[in-house]
Ligand binder design. Structure first.
Ligand code: NAP
Length: 493
């Protein structure tokens, strides 16, 4: 029987909201694991009001006080790692090894990083830039942050959005994806336990159509941050624009994976499989477009097909499982449909291309070679365990193909030639370019894209730009009543 869980977390407490009952489905079995009541637009009003009321005191806390709460939260999150893993695996179907070694420790490290970063916000040096004034910079918390997150990495995406905002002194209202609210609710409860004042971190669960729209377009928030698809991100931006609210958008991706002729072929093959299959390919930075030097093409395709053929698909709770299900049957059908149409558009399915005989929303690792540049699988986000491959003739052609996309989130270049590596990192349009690797992220470095992948940064000190305003304070140091510059305005005195 499905376990009833708290609906929302508002003003430091669990709240039973009055929306309809929603079942959280384990995509590995198709069975309900828990249920909760959805929030409504009225609950968004309550949560925003709680955040607004809590904001001044939290913004006024010293950096050391904010840091202490976040450090305690990092410790509590680490102590609750097993609970986070269990919730994440049951609501997303991601393999337990990924949740244990990537999602949860990465989230704890991120909280830990911001506990430190909260104490050293920097700005331009205070100085007498005009000669007659002392100019200084104040970096002030922007206010109430509304944030909306997706289902693929529910805990990490919540952490990336909420924690830097809290470190900066903001109050937050977050709406996780309706199908994956569990770890976000646990995070909020632990933040309270860590000493975060009531109302500073609120969670409203519910659908994008009702709760998401109400939150993104709320008059009383100051910033709207979003992680999700490009199509919805643009709607969120339009909702926020009604009140002129600033936005930060982390959107879709279609990462190129460029293998130059001098690359270490084995490393590129291993990297392509890992980069394409992470989180069952439901990763915005996943390698999706392998662009391979003609000389290496056949060996690359054969190598990737061989490694993909050994991937263990199955029960995500089993530590030996490599690939879990997709998030839902509907999403699996979308992925299967795109792969099924690929041969009509010139693609050759080398391996995979089918669902295994398992009850959940599984799909086999799939490699599609010889794809046409105009084909759907090459241009659109598939968000499944599918890698496409094309060849290139020379370096100019490789970089042209890498940039032949509206997205610009992540990319990788595989080469042993330092000049090629430098050129690729310079010329590929993306928020991150890896050299001889694909996927690793670290708390100290920013994540965020360009073009249809959005703008603004998560992680690292750079993310503070989203949550702080910069105020210039300019103080006269002359004490002179009739200032020299006044003559520009009224000359005859
Ligand atoms: P999505 O469909 O865009 O949904 C994202 C969030 O927006 C969900 O919480 C959703 O709510 C909500 N939402 C839907 N319609 C809304 C509206 N009109 N107004 C306000 N909120 C609304 O994305 P997804 O399918 O969950 O996630 C996959 C996408 O996220 C992929 O495109 C992936 O590339 C992207 N992503 C990007 C990054 C990055 O850092 N760039 C990271 C992870 C994922 P409900 O689902 O509850 O209805």
């Amino acid at each position: 029987m499905a376990v009833k869980v708290a609906s929302s977390w508002i003003n430091g407490a669990s709240v039973e909201t009055s929306g309809e009952t929603h079942q959280i489905i384990d995509p590995a079995t198709g069975k309900s694991v828990s249920e909760y009541n959805l929030a409504t637009a009225a609950d968004v009003d309550t949560a925003v009001a709680a955040a607004r009321a809590a904001f001044p005191a939290w913004a006024g806390a010293t950096p050391a006080e904010r840091s202490a709460v976040l450090a305690k939260l990092a410790k509590l999150a680490d102590e609750h790692a097993e609970q986070f893993v269990a919730e994440e695996v049951s609501q997303t179907g991601k393999p337990v090894r990924l949740a244990t070694e990537f999602d949860v420790p990465g989230s704890v490290d991120n909280i830990d990083f911001f506990a430190g970063a909260a104490r050293h916000l920097e700005g331009k040096a205070t100085a007498e830039y005009s000669g007659d004034h002392t100019s200084s910079i104040r970096r002030e918390a922007v206010g109430v942050v509304a944030t909306i997150t997706p289902w693929n990495y529910p805990l990490q995406m919540a952490v990336w959005k909420v924690i830097p905002a809290l470190a900066a002194g903001c109050a937050v209202v977050i709406k996780p994806a309706e199908i994956t609210p569990l770890t976000t609710l646990t995070l909020a409860r632990l933040a309270s336990e860590a000493g975060l004042p009531d109302g500073v971190f609120n969670v409203v669960t519910g659908s994008g159509a009702e709760v998401g729209t109400a939150l993104a377009g709320h008059r009383d928030v100051d910033v709207v941050t979003f992680t999700g698809s490009t199509a919805v991100g643009r709607k969120v931006m339009a909702s926020a624009a009604v009140h002129g609210h600033r936005t930060q958008l982390e959107l879709g991706g279609k990462a190129p994976f460029v293998v130059f002729s001098d690359a270490d072929l084995d490393a590129a093959v291993q990297g392509a499989v890992a980069g394409a299959l992470i989180n069952t390919g439901q990763d915005c930075t996943a390698a999706t477009r392998a662009i391979v030097a003609r000389e290496l093409y056949d060996d690359f395709v054969a190598g990737v097909a061989e490694v993909m053929g050994k991937i263990v698909v199955g029960d995500p709770h089993d530590p030996d499982t490599d690939l879990g299900p997709l998030i839902s049957y509907a999403h699996r059908d979308k992925v299967a449909g795109m792969v099924a149409r690929a041969p009509q558009q010139g693609g050759r399915v080398v391996t995979g291309g089918e669902a295994p005989d398992l009850p959940g929303a599984f799909y086999r690792p799939t490699l599609i070679a010889d794809v046409d540049e105009s084909s759907e699988v090459y241009r659109d986000e598939i968000f499944g365990p599918v890698l496409t491959v094309r060849s290139f003739t020379d370096d100019d052609d490789a970089l042209r193909q890498a940039n032949d996309t509206e997205y610009g989130l992540a990319a990788s270049a595989w080469t042993r030639d330092v000049y090629r590596a430098q050129r690729a990192s310079r010329e590929i349009n993306a928020g991150c370019v890896w050299i001889n690797d694909h996927i690793p992220i670290i708390s100290e470095m920013p994540h965020g894209g360009v073009g249809a992948s959005g703008f603004g940064k998560d992680m690292s000190d750079y993310s503070f730009e989203e949550y702080l305003t910069i105020k210039h304070v300019m103080s006269d140091i002359t004490g002179v009543a009739e200032k020299e510059w006044h003559r520009t305005i009224f000359n005859k005195r």
